[in-house]
Design a protein around this ligand. Structure first.
Ligand code: MG
Length: 218
């Protein structure tokens, strides 16, 4: 492949965090709700995907406040969302790199690399590990969240390349696979847990189980 640069998603791709299901688990436990944790989690994720595609652009801290309030209200719970928003930020800022990441980033054979993430600047400021990439582009910089194609277009522009020359690598079927394909980038889907794609998501160009496999397709 004539890949001249690679854009990496952050969470679930380079960066490992504890499961966000803990938030649903905490809500159910705190209020002793007779509901399934999985259902609460799904409701929250659906609201999350929807909220990030609405205008005007809002940072994740505001979005999480709105949608977690909504989740609590739907469950009939009269409680503030603040502690759950804080838990979201705790889970997404106390993070580490997947073990293969330093080795893979050091073995890209001269290809340029960047990070393209739906994170807030607040998240990036909390990353304590070295990430040897040319730039980190977050949604706050663009005013849009993946899968919005503008995020990918901005990254391609910053490289000064054409979309087909930039491979996107990410773990989300919606944000990364659908978004990158819509912007004309080839995409490698990192499917660490062997999940199924949502039916409306196009096939990725590559599917890999972890980042070491990326080196085999370059
Ligand atoms: Mg991700």
């Amino acid at each position: 492949m004539a890949v001249r640069a690679i854009t990496f998603d952050a969470y679930g791709t380079l960066i490992r965090n504890e499961s966000l299901r803990l938030i649903a688990q905490r809500i159910v436990a705190d209020h002793r709700l007779p509901v399934r944790i999985a259902d609460v989690f799904e409701t929250w994720i659906d609201l999350y995907l929807e909220a990030t595609q609405q205008t005007p652009f809002r940072r994740l801290r505001e979005i999480q406040h709105t949608i977690l309030s909504h989740v609590l209200h739907r469950l009939g719970v009269d409680a503030a969302a603040g502690p759950y928003v804080d838990l979201f930020f705790e889970l997404t800022t106390k993070v580490e790199l997947y073990p293969e990441v330093p080795g893979v980033l050091g073995a890209l054979g001269g290809r340029r690399a960047a990070i393209v993430s739906n994170a807030d600047h607040e998240h990036v400021a909390a990353w304590t590990f070295p990430l040897p990439v040319e730039f980190v582009l977050v949604s706050e910089d663009v005013g849009a969240y993946k899968p919005d194609r503008r995020v990918f277009q901005r990254a391609v522009e910053r490289f000064g390349l054409e979309p087909h020359e930039v491979l996107h690598v990410g773990d989300s079927d919606v944000d990364d696979v659908s978004g990158a394909k819509a912007a004309g980038l080839p995409v490698a889907w990192v499917n660490r847990a062997g999940r199924r794609r949502r039916p409306d998501v196009p096939a990725p160009d590559f599917e890999i189980a972890d980042l070491t496999e990326l080196l085999l397709i370059l």
